[in-house]
Design a binder for this molecule. Sequence first.
Ligand code: BGC
Length: 766
Amino acid sequence: MSKIHQIILIAMVVMSCSKNEKQVNLDFKVSDLQTEETEAKIQELVAKMTLKEKAGQMLNIGLPAVLKGEYWDARDSVNFDGKKFKKFIVDYAVGSIHNTPQYPATREEWFKIVKEIQDSAMQKTRLGIPVLYGIDNIHGANYVNGSVIFPHQIAVAATWNKELSRLGGEITSYESRAASLPWNFNPNADVAMNPLWGRIAESFGEDPYLISEMTNAYMQGSQEKGLQNPTSTAVCLKHFVGYGVGRNGKDRANAIIPENSLRQYFLPPFEKAIENGAMGIMISSNAVNGIPCHLNKYYITDILKGELKFKGVVISDFSDVEFLVAAHESAKDMREATKFAVNAGIDLLMNPYDADVVDIIVDLVEKGEISKERINDAVTRVLRLKFYLNLFEKPYNNPGEYPDFGSEKHIAANYQTASEAITLLKNKNAVLPLSSNKKILVTGYASNSINNLNGAWSRSFLGRDTTYNDPSKLTILQAIKKQVGAQHVDFIEGTDYLEDINSDKAVLKAKNADYIVVCVGEIPASEKPSDINELELPKVQQDLVKKLAKTGKPIILVMVQGRPRIIKEIEPLVDGIIMAYLPGQEGGRAISDIIFGNINPSGKLPYTYPMYSGNAVTYYHKKTDIRDINWGYDGFYPQYEFGFGLSFTTFEYSNLKVSKDTLVGKEDVKISIDVKNTGKREGKETVQVYLKDLVATVSPDSKKLVRFNKIQLQPNETKTIEFVLVTKDFENVGIENKWIVEDGDFEVQIGGNSKDVLKQQVYFKN
Ligand code: BGC
């Protein structure tokens, strides 16, 4: 494809994004599939099932359990083990399968895998019920070789562009279904309040409203055409609930979540997605207040299935019934753990290795320790999702019917997402963009690796295997060389993730350069391997920057990382800072295009970037959280504020208008603001609206995000942007743990980040 074609294609995607953006209406519904006819079919089937068949439907095994060799063995092809295959697929008639072969299968290979499973399940078992295949295609169809690999969710959140989240959901669904994979363990609706948490990259960040909007937009892209459509996948929201706020920041650590916080911050992203027809929810592996989520009946049955009226499948996380024994020490054996989990409301048990739980469930029901009604409820939900997905009629899809798989159109959307995510955090003396005819030294751990850009869950779980990288994708170094010509670029690694390689040589090379681009970052990781003991950027990477700074050459720091690693010592030493997150396969190009000004950056932080590891506070906090040692209230010291991000142009906010001084009862209020592009370049800006309750019985938060809108402005252009706020926006969880609004003053705050805002007061009266 020629450069000019690429530009036209990107322009088409951009145009369709900005055109569609206004139309992203998250009040879509897919739940209308719940017809009397479908429910009757389900009940007819349930009535025919034996207890063992029902328990079989409640089991989700891992694919390797039916392959030759040990579960975690490396294999280079898919070889079903005849004996194991018969045991699980035919004798136990398992309801569901997840996981991958130990290499990323192509869509054609996936087709063969799924077809063999479905044909056996449907032809060789008594009732012929198809299997529900679930997969972690969490940033693009990352487990299907040849698919586009999108930025991780944290970067999608940084675009503040709902249309891009929707498009990501749509493309991921399409490319998953091209591989006959109908159920996706995504999106992640965790509220990531603890910056130490290794899976922040997989979340939409710290703000419940932003998370909710992005989760729903993604879900809209996945499901809006209807689950029967062969390009849709059903979502499985995860992890319910509180995974992102483990007390010590470690994977699956205990979280302390009081009831009012649960309702104020953690439930809303799930609530709206359930209203919109989410049909899968995965339970979080951790405990909340010491109670493992997998046995928390109050959370699963009372809140999720009761209050929130969730009609879909509640699936356990990986081995988490077993973990009630081994990790949580809350059940004495697998039998007790299974009883607790099923009685708490779990419908599908992700028990990767064996089928013991099926026999255990049968025994527990026969002995009256689990009721028949509970089992029927669980099976009904699993079958409901299978009917909604039309698996009885179309258990797999022809991979040849997906001409857009990995297409230029999808690549353009991926590039667009990466380029709108990347966030410019510092630009001293307008050092950026760089001009193309200077000598550049590129160095640093993340500068020449596709795996760093992609992060975990990229062809393999940890995303560290280089075997399956697409050679046509560019690292940051390669993209810079392509941009300015290899003769202008020098390169040396400098450091590894935690070790010095040749930092002294990097300093020598720096002396001949006009600019230094130093790319630091995190090793690709998720879950346990992503745990860290300190938030500081690894010392060796900071030392490289310190040494380079002594040369006096201007430095551009590029950060390729999910978490906000502490950079307070090196921040003053560099001239430009680009936060790239984990920008995916097109990230190298997008970073280079921002460095050299082909793209005007427009990303904004979806979390607060802390300056000190001992002061990691979300932008929403209580006044007492930020009391400083002088007894004042200035102890909130972020390196960068939530919602912050620079552009190569500047924006001016003026003329904030609130339509009423006093709001009575259920009245709406209109807000408007003028935003002007005061610089010389066209640019995009995210206008953010916050509300601050000035006085409330439950100590009010510093502020909360209630609306945002990403707009595009030409130089000198002014747009008046309007928002409508409703009573619900003013409500917070009160002392009785219910959403209420107390009479009193609120401040409406609007700006381009959470700190620099214009304010106006409005009085709310019930
Ligand atoms: C992760 C989930 C994932 C599941 C299945 C678990 O270990 O916590 O996010 O969906 O594995 O792969």
